[in-house]
Design a protein around this ligand. Structure first.
Ligand code: ATP
Ligand code: LTN
Length: 331
């Protein structure tokens, strides 16, 4: 039987945080053996908010190196840059014709980003979920591993697949989000009711994968915690619960075991332990990323092979779509 298809991507729109790592990339690695995986750098999504071109180029390559440093194996999956495979934009156009303005304007991320970038509410920002649906549907994807914040977008991809299939006949596999419990929503260290985000204005709110050991330890030391003193995971302790989640996700242990470990200890002990755990876990990834970035030739080869693999699969779906909608494709 064919392997199930997995698709996911991250935008090269800023320095990645431990949220991106725990919620997304880390989980991709364990799926490579069991599934047919497509992992992309979503540069076309990134330009929906303004990017400095030279920085976008640099970050794209940094993200590729990071994927590899985290353990993504280009022999086992297709690792590529979205803009290298033209079918993404082509399918997005067709899907645009069955997506409604109303549903797009109701998307949480669109509303959020329109507020944050009020000077640049461009069509691409609104169309973001349609392009994302095109990414997913092009490969007949079954599962989309993402953090909890992307669930709504995967649901739009499902809706569009079902709508297209109903209108034009069976064409797309209907995908499902895969949201793992551990690490699905890492929160800001400065406001633990908000998700940690790479574009937060407060540099102390997010821990970046490129932060050095001292910075990581310092950020955790300054993390906002709650009243009381007991290290316990609970709704009325969002700060402590977030630190426990990060600790457990990196250590691979259950919350209950961590609570036991900190029984009789204080918030300060927890903060120090999380900081050191995260720094230890990230050090080898950072080193490997640096090594890879000094070998641009290797990175280009990986991307070329990845784009070719993706292109072959994407072309198959797109020509089916063009046939279904009635585009003349020659005799
Ligand atoms: P931005 O702040 O620029 O919107 P972001 O940090 O939310 O970016 P994305 O590129 O939108 O990052 O997300 C990449 C992946 O990381 C997605 O799968 C997303 O669900 C996941 N992710 C992002 N932030 C978190 C978080 N705080 N906790 C868990 N997963 C996250
Ligand atoms: N919008 C996603 C990035 C992304 C994506 C995708 C994720 C672009 N295309 C397809 C899964 C599947 C985000 O994480 N912000």
């Amino acid at each position: 039987m064919d392997k199930k298809v997995i698709y996911s991507a991250v935008q090269p729109s800023g320095n990645l945080t431990i949220g991106n790592y725990l919620g997304a990339i880390r989980n991709w690695v364990s799926m490579q053996d069991e599934y047919d995986c497509f992992y992309a750098v979503a540069d076309m999504h990134a330009i929906t908010v303004r990017q400095e071109p030279s920085e976008l180029r640099r970050r794209t390559l940094e993200l590729v190196a990071l994927y590899l440093a985290c353990g993504i194996d280009p022999e086992k999956c297709a690792l590529y840059v979205q803009s290298h495979v033209p079918q993404h934009a082509e399918l997005a156009w067709v899907l645009n014709t069955i997506a409604y303005v109303g549903e797009m304007s109701r998307m949480t991320q669109f509303k959020d980003k329109s507020q944050r970038h009020a000077e640049n509410i461009n069509m691409g920002l609104m169309d973001y979920p349609v392009l994302m649906a095109a990414d997913i549907l092009l490969y007949q994807t079954q599962l989309v591993p993402v953090g909890a914040d992307q669930k709504q977008h995967v649901e739009i991809a499902r809706d569009l697949a079902i709508r297209f299939n109903n209108r034009y006949g069976e064409t797309f596999t209907v995908p499902e989000p895969l949201i793992l419990k551990s690490g699905a929503k890492i929160c800001s260290l400065q406001d633990p009711t908000k998700k940690m985000s790479k574009s937060d204005e407060n540099p102390n709110a997010s821990v970046f994968l490129t932060d050095d050991r001292d910075t990581i330890v310092r950020k955790f030391k300054r993390a906002v915690t709650d009243s009381g003193s007991e290290v316990k995971f609970s709704e009325d302790k969002p700060g402590v619960s977030n630190l426990l989640s990060v600790y457990c996700a990196f250590r691979g242990i259950a919350i209950r075991d961590a609570e036991r470990e900190f029984c009789g200890k204080g918030y300060g002990d927890l903060k120090l332990a999380v900081g050191e755990t995260v720094a230890d876990a990230l050090a080898p990834v950072q080193e490997e990323q640096k090594r890879l970035l000094s070998d641009k030739k290797y990175l280009s080869e990986v991307l070329k092979a990845g784009a070719e693999k993706a292109y072959r699969a994407a072309r198959r779906t797109l020509s089916k779509v063009y046939r279904k909608v009635g585009f003349y494709q020659g005799e």
